[in-house]
Design a protein around this ligand. Structure first.
Ligand code: PLP
Length: 488
């Protein structure tokens, strides 16, 4: 069994095994003609259930054959141009190469003595990102597992920094008196974070959005004023730069003004919109982000990186101390004075993947402009898709895209019952998924069911967009036809 340990004696086995796996995936990529096979849970479950984990196959080829059957054949393939559903991007090859290297070397980024160069590479990428944002000389940050963790950590820092009112935070009703303001279409991880941070039930105040799904700053000002009047503490405003549902970008400069006025921490959730940091054409859409106290970026959404790759960035490095604990065995306090860089001092995680390497390989191979160009392409595709939808009488489309998302709903001329239209749209999404011809997402707008394209694949064309719209219309019409038959 020691032949399976990766070391000097097994280099050849390592090379052959990994190559064999790479060959399988490459063959898959070459032959995949749909994003999904349409397999059902009921069809796939027994294939996995019948495998006895206590009866190994011992042979790499046999294991890969089995994997074909339980995973590779029916996986959802994000690289396919008709995968249009969630915030999953096709990945760039330099990052995949980085992934292979980082898992084999297996550095852990918590301490210098488990990582060395990896620590410095991560720090350099953090500095690169804060410079792109414009956070200033005192900025810092750390890689995280994703936007959810980044938001949690940012809000932890905000909670600790929350300026106590006269008499201090304890007297201001303790944690129950803290308020976070986020738009009604902000990410649900904000609420989850509030719960984890021990804030009260009413901690997150939902600010209404305007017609373009951007936070209404007049309403925000009103709520901040009310918060102060009620003797509560405005702990943080979460501005979203790229909402998950619409890609809408909250008015960052106006929000920054209000945060300054009320002494409130400004967090920008740019999990999605961070791609604009590399954009050659549309960077100005996130102007104002440089005024944030903290920023969430998900490289695994708009930098074409494999999951996971994310970071939380802060304007003032010293605020990261709120996540610092010293353990004698790992990162004793004296190491700070010895200037040994232990990233665990800044992170919620201890053992932590060297995800930064993927971004490093990407920037060194393609450059930031290479990434920005790809992201610009999907933003332009969304613009063209919006024009298609706006001109198409079969569809109602919500908000002109600021990033690469389209939200729309099939509206047959002959049907007036909105509940029936809801059912037709839900049916179309399901039927499309079952066919595997394309994968699209859905959401609710004003209580009604809508469909959603999240366009992150530069290989997707307007012809794909229009073909998928025809497929959706076909499924919806079929549903409505059958529904008429049922009624008569
Ligand atoms: C995706 C997303 C998140 C959560 O990020 P994960 O990487 O999925 O944890 C947070 N905020 C926004 C706006 C997002 O789109």
């Amino acid at each position: 069994m020691r032949s399976h340990l990766l070391n000097d004696l097994t280099a050849e086995h390592y090379r052959r095994s990994v190559t064999e796996g790479v060959e399988r995936v490459a063959a898959k990529l070459a032959t995949t003609d749909r994003p999904f096979t349409g397999v059902t849970v009921d069809a796939l479950s027994p294939r996995i259930d019948t495998i006895d984990l206590d009866q190994p196959l011992y042979d790499t080829t046999a294991v890969l054959d089995e994997l074909e059957d339980v995973y590779l054949r029916d996986a959802i393939y994000f690289h396919h141009p008709r995968y249009l559903a969630h915030l999953n991007c096709p990945v760039v090859i330099p990052a995949v190469l980085g992934e292979a290297v980082l898992s084999a070397v297996n550095s852990s980024l918590d301490t210098w003595d488990q990582s060395a160069g990896g620590t410095l590479i991560e720090r350099k990428l953090i500095d690169w990102t804060t410079a792109r944002i414009g956070l200033g000389e005192a900025a810092d940050g750390v890689f995280t597992s994703g936007g959810t963790q980044s938001n949690l950590q940012a809000l932890l820092l905000a909670r600790e920094e929350a300026k106590p009112g006269p008499g201090g935070r304890e007297q201001a009703a303790g944690l129950a008196g803290l308020r976070i303001f986020a738009s009604e279409v902000g990410h649900f991880s904000v609420k989850k974070s509030a719960k984890l941070l021990g804030l009260g039930q009413d901690a997150v105040v939902a600010i209404p959005v305007d017609h373009d799904k951007r936070m209404q700053t007049v309403a925000l000002a009103h709520e901040l004023e009310r918060c102060r009047r009620d003797g509560l503490i405005p702990m943080a405003v979460v501005a979203t730069a790229g909402t998950t549902d619409f890609g809408s970008i909250d008015p960052l400069p106006e929000i920054a003004e209000l945060c300054e006025q009320y002494g409130t921490w400004m967090h920008v959730d740019a999990a999605y919109g961070c791609g604009l940091l590399a954009s050659l054409k549309y960077r100005d859409r996130i102007d104002g982000i440089e005024r944030a106290d903290s920023v969430t970026v998900d490289y695994h959404k708009s930098f074409f990186q494999p999951v996971s790759s994310s970071a939380v960035l802060v304007r003032d490095a010293s605020t990261l101390r709120h996540a610092t604990y010293h353990a004698e065995y790992l990162n004793p306090r004296r190491m700070v004075t010895e200037r040994i860089p232990n990233q665990v001092d800044k992170s919620l995680q201890t053992t932590r993947r060297f995800d930064a390497l993927k971004l490093w390989m990407t920037l060194r191979t393609m450059g930031a402009d290479g990434i920005g160009e790809l992201f610009d392409e999907v933003c332009e595709l969304a613009q063209e898709g919006w024009q298609l939808l706006a001109a198409d009488p079969r569809y109602d489309v919500v908000v002109e895209p600021s990033l690469s998302t389209l939200v729309f709903r099939y509206i047959p001329a002959a049907v007036t019952d909105p509940a029936e239209i809801d059912r037709a749209n839900l049916y179309a999404r399901k039927a499309l998924f079952a066919s595997g011809d394309a994968v699209v997402a859905g959401t609710k707008v004003g209580g009604r069911h809508y469909l959603k394209f999240t366009l992150l694949n530069p290989e997707t064309t307007t012809a794909d967009v229009s073909a998928v719209l025809d497929l959706i219309a076909g499924h919806a019409e079929q549903y409505l036809g059958e529904s008429l038959d049922r009624a008569s």
